[in-house]
Design a binder for this molecule. Structure first.
Ligand SMILES: NC(=O)c1ccc[n+]([C@@H]2O[C@H](COP(=O)([O-])OP(=O)(O)OC[C@H]3O[C@@H](n4cnc5c(N)ncnc54)[C@H](OP(=O)(O)O)[C@@H]3O)[C@@H](O)[C@H]2O)c1
Length: 326
């Protein structure tokens, strides 16, 4: 830490780092990006220039050997999250790892264990849950505004334009449910708890490019969702209680515009204006604060293990056509 700022290193010149997370780290008053590594030094130089990052490493290992770094951000393909989290923990670095934390619950559990043993913080970079609109929904549900929630419906679909995108590559951990369905699974679990069974049907083109899934929870509660990488752009979440419902138009990527939360009870409809926020800044600030104050994060990494358990079951169901217990 310098001046109370967490000193970050970035593993890979990934699109998400350039588009979202580096701008957020620049805005964060608790963070300083001190180094970036790329397999291609010229690419790291480009990004370093753009974000005034002082140190460039030509390999991820070289960055992990840098003693001036407290924490790493890992925006690598999903199949590499496990390996580089273990190596980062070994090097004594705190880890903010992109979603999905791993490609299976087993991998995720090993990552949690390795970080615990090394005394470093591990967090999955699910940014949506730091947005005030999600806190508003949780508060409305807790206040009984819609009665006991029994159903969560959600979707996150879009079209990946490039054929060599990592999301379409099975050997890099691509696939609709693991890459974007993970958001729907996460928001369903956030609102309903842990599911006990999963069913899914998918269309496969190398990976599942469109998938619809159902998760069952205790007390006959259900989550249904669809996700896709070759589908029109859609995102929404609806929480249905026994006496009302809550609708979010942009639950996962609201950008910084103030989102609206629509609450319906009988024939009454209320629109709540939520202040705009940058959920990536809120996420990295929270991470830095937890490291600084040695605090347990709001969403411990074990949550990612449970998310992966549900995703494992959904994938198994899509393969076998059976309902899979979780
Ligand atoms: N939270 C969010 O909003 C959000 C949004 C999109 C994606 N993501 C997640 O972020 C991660 C990266 O996604 P992205 O879309 O940014 O991917 P991307 O642009 O393809 O970046 C991945 C980076 O990983 C590095 N890499 C190392 N080995 C690689 C390999 N064998 N093939 C390809 N790249 C390799 C590359 O960096 P160097 O060549 O520079 O080393 C590359 O730039 C994924 O886990 C994804 O699920 C999160």
């Amino acid at each position: 830490m310098t001046d109370g700022r967490l000193r970050w290193g970035i593993l890979g010149a990934a699109r998400i780092a350039v588009r979202r997370v580096l701008p957020a780290l620049q805005r964060s008053e608790r963070s300083a990006v001190v180094a970036i590594a790329s397999r291609d030094r010229a690419r790291a130089e480009d990004v370093a220039r753009q974000f005034s990052i002082p140190t460039i490493h030509g390999s991820y290992d070289a960055l992990l050997a840098n003693h001036d770094i407290d924490a790493v951000y890992i925006p690598l393909p999903n199949s590499l999250h496990h390996q580089w989290t273990l190596r980062s923990a070994e090097a004594g670095k705190h880890v903010l790892c992109e979603k999905p934390l791993a490609t299976s619950a087993e991998e995720a559990q090993e990552m949690v264990q390795a970080c615990r043993e090394r005394g470093v913080l591990l967090q999955e970079a699910f940014m949506h849950r730091f947005h005030p609109q999600i806190e508003a929904v949780q508060a409305l549900v807790a206040a009984g505004e819609i009665g006991p929630p029994w159903l969560v419906r959600s979707a996150f679909t879009f079209t990946v334009t490039s054929a060599d995108d990592i999301r379409l590559n099975p050997s890099l951990g691509g696939g609709g449910v693991i890459d974007v369905g993970c958001y729907c699974v996460n928001i369903s679990r956030l609102l309903l708890g842990e599911p006990h069974a999963a069913y899914a049907a998918a269309h496969i083109e190398g990976v599942d490019v469109r998938l619809a899934g159902i998760l069952r929870f205790d007390g006959d509660r259900v989550a249904e969702f669809d996700c896709g990488l070759r589908a029109p752009f859609r995102q929404f979440c609806e929480v249905v209680g026994v006496s009302g419902s809550i609708f979010l138009e942009r639950p996962f990527q609201p950008e910084e515009r103030p989102p609206t939360v629509l609450v319906r009870r009988g024939d009454q409809e209320r629109r709540l204006e939520i202040p705009g926020a940058n959920q990536y800044v809120l996420m990295v600030d929270h991470f830095a604060e937890c490291v600084h104050q040695n605090r347990t994060p709001r969403y411990p990494a074990e949550d990612a293990v449970a998310n992966m358990r549900a995703i494992d079951a959904l994938r198994e169901s899509a393969r076998s056509g059976r309902v899979i217990p979780i």
